[in-house]
Design a protein around this ligand. Structure first.
Ligand code: NAD
Ligand code: WQD
Length: 356
């Protein structure tokens, strides 16, 4: 299929491109490079043989997005582009609603102009909020506790209403749990532009000496070791879930929603232990107070994705930790440390040619 990928230069988008191109799909990326890098796209090209076009554009620029979509004529869209920091979303609500909600509406207008009615959307487990029961299944009530979570919930609702209005439309809402790790090559990975907020990118910078120590945000939760429990999923497994959703989207209409996790909860201390094994030494850790707004434990019921998409996660936390360390140790400054590399895809609207 011809797939328009918004936000393809980011963490999850770049890994998904590798899987898409590896399966013979063709991709056209639209990314503002606000939090992604054209070097990631160069490296995706180096890992694959597929057809990859890249355009530097903001998804809120409907006219430009329409021109790109009309020229590419996609069979489907995967919509990653968005802002994703929970704390920042509370401080900058207008920007978050604008990019995540207005940006999604802009994309839908461009899709309509291009005659494309299939979309896979990056939603988040954060739409559930405080658990009424665990593991969360897709029918769990949606009560997001942050502006970021609200933007995802609103975008889900808009896309669901759109599918209800158009009998030919297909919407796949994927609720990701906690993506971590990197491609096994270490060529692409997560590249936080600021001090990382999330556990594993922060811990990775502790291992390289860029941060002094990890502060565990509370060890007095009602969990087996007192630290927070999350459902971490290898980013390559998550990327493959998009390919599975795309395959299904080709044969169905309407809106469907899927949890994408492993179904297994892991505590902060267990993740620290796994990453220490990957690095080969103990890492400095202290315990601090709870982080405001944190939930004690989150786990996904992924049985629907297994049944309907034929997808389930293959990798465990040691695979996640090892791949993260391969990426982080080779790229301690992320893509900013790759200044000497070819920047073919940095030219606006450049086309990255298939490998001979
Ligand atoms: P990311 O920041 O690495 O990737 C997002 C990409 O979108 C970046 O390349 C950025 O430059 C681009 N972008 C941002 N605003 C844009 C705009 N206005 N126009 C065009 N491009 C724009 O984030 P990620 O971790 O790869 O997340 C991808 C998607 O998955 C996001 O929608 C995020 O909310 C969602 N998600 C992420 C997680 C997570 O923990 N990483 C969990 C659940 C859901
Ligand atoms: C994991 C655990 C922390 C940092 C967030 C978003 C969610 C989704 C994924 C986008 C918790 C603990 C963390 C640290 C710590 N993103 N921790 N010390 O909060 O589960 O989810 O990212 O959709 O929406 O909310 O992920 O990695 O921040 O935290 O002890 O320095 O690690 O308290 O228990 P979270 P996280």
């Amino acid at each position: 299929m011809r797939v328009l990928v918004t936000g393809g230069a980011g963490y999850i988008g770049s890994h998904t491109l590798v899987e898409l191109l590896g399966q013979g799909h063709e991709a056209c990326v639209v990314d503002s490079y606000d939090n992604g890098s054209p070097i990631a796209l160069d490296r995706v090209r180096g890992l694959t043989n597929g057809h990859l076009e890249a355009h530097e554009a903001d998804i809120r620029d409907t006219a430009r997005l329409t021109a790109i979509a009309t020229a590419f004529a996609p069979d489907a869209v995967i919509h990653f582009a968005g802002l994703k920091a929970v704390g920042e979303s509370v401080a900058r609500p207008v920007d978050y609603y604008d990019v995540n909600v207005t940006g999604t509406l802009s994309l839908m207008r461009a899709m309509a102009a291009a005659g494309c009615g299939r979309i896979i959307f990056s939603s988040s487990a954060t739409v559930y909020g405080e658990p009424e029961y665990l593991p969360y299944d897709e029918a769990h009530p949606l009560r997001p506790t942050s502006v970021y979570g609200q933007t995802k919930r609103m975008a889900e609702q808009i896309l669901t209403d759109w599918a209800a209005a158009d009998p030919a439309a297909t919407v796949m809402l994927l609720r990701y749990f906690n993506p971590v790790g990197a491609h096994a090559s270490g060529r692409i990975g997560e590249d936080p532009h600021d001090i990382p907020n999330n556990l594993m990118p922060y811990l990775a910078q502790v291992a390289t000496g860029q941060r002094d120590r990890l502060v565990i945000h509370g060890d007095d939760y009602d969990t087996p070791d007192g630290t927070g429990v999350r459902d971490y999923i290898h980013v390559v497994d998550l990327a493959r879930a998009h390919v599975a959703a795309l395959d299904r989207a080709a044969g169905v209409t309407g809106a469907e929603v899927y949890n994408i996790g492993t179904g297994r909860g892991t505590s902060v201390r267990e993740m620290v232990a796994a990453f220490s094994r990957a690095v080969g030494r103990a890492l400095p850790v202290t315990v601090g107070p709870r982080r405001p707004g944190d939930i004690a434990a989150m786990e996904a019921d992924c049985s629907l994705a297994r049944q309907m998409l034929g997808w389930q996660a293959q990798y465990g936390i040691d695979d996640m930790a090892r791949s993260l360390w391969v990426w982080q140790s080779a790229n301690p400054e992320g893509y900013r440390g790759a200044a000497g590399e070819s920047r073919a895809s940095q030219t606006p609207s450049s086309e990255i040619r298939p490998k001979p």
